[in-house]
Design a protein around this ligand. Sequence first.
Ligand code: GLP
Length: 236
Amino acid sequence: MKYEVFATYDQMCRRAANLISAQIILKEDAVVGLATGSTPLGIYNTLADWYAKSDLDFSRVRTVNLDEYCGLPFEDPQSYHYFMQTNLFSKINIKPSNTHLPNGLAPDIREECKRYDALINSLGGIDIQLLGIGHNGHIGFNEPSDTFSKDTTHIRLTEDTIRANSRFFKSPSDVPRSALTMGMRSIMCSRKIILVANGKEKEEIIHQAMEGPITPRLPASILQLHPDTTVLFTIE
Ligand code: GLP
């Protein structure tokens, strides 16, 4: 794993946006794996700025998101569909039909998980995957567990995650209790991975993930086995 530390959040976001745009320039129809949470916001703003300056073209880019809550309508401001629409897709020239997220409202959740894995395969896998990290070491919504889940899965969120993500909701009881998340196979088969994290409270978990034992109790630790992962961190 490569590790790069930045003095400011802006510098970290610029570096991540650079890595993503390099991939898009290299391959116009790149499959870009996207993440939600507060950390990637500056990256999406930077990419949107570069698009506005005509430095980037998303017309052939395909995207797959890591995860989505179960039970939230797409138009709910807390859904990841809404997040991606508001913070990135509406600001660039990406074709809506080229953007993909798991559907947390699907009537048959098992079928939806299968559909999502088949979709990622049909796109030829992920060229570059952006990841954040949860306070408990989750990536996507792959929560600490006894085993790594290979496929897209319906996951029960841990109390830690519900508490951490409740800052976006009116109250903790409004946070959905489950979500769909891309599994470790699609993440680990991504040809390149960038993990971004900022703030003192993420520093220890990042070090454990990079240097501690590889264990499903700290899902991000699996990235030690990936041949091309870059961790970008800033204390800011
Ligand atoms: C959510 C997302 C994760 C993200 C995490 C961290 O739980 N499912 O993909 O990495 O939040 O979010 P933040 O960047 O806000 O700390």
